[in-house]
Design a binder for this molecule. Structure first.
Ligand SMILES: [Ca+2]
Length: 70
């Protein structure tokens, strides 16, 4: 996960009340709703950032960054 992924989560960002065009999150944005409460808000962004690895570095699910949970 890197800046490229961050640009995607920015496009999926709904704020705490969910999307204005979609009920909940837009199609394709479901994986960014990390706490599964039908929005992509700052709490989801923090969870996302906890799993950041660096430019071009794939997330290794067998060796997650310290604060990352999937
Ligand atoms: Ca959420």
């Amino acid at each position: 996960m890197d800046q490229g992924d961050f640009s995607v989560i920015q496009n999926c960002f709904t704020g705490p009340v969910g999307g204005s065009f979609w009920p909940g999150v837009a199609p394709g944005c479901e994986r960014y709703d990390r706490d599964r409460d039908d929005d992509v808000d700052s709490l989801d962004v923090v969870e996302f950032e906890n799993c950041a690895t660096g430019p071009g570095v794939l997330l290794d699910e067998t060796s997650l960054p310290t604060d990352c949970s999937l």
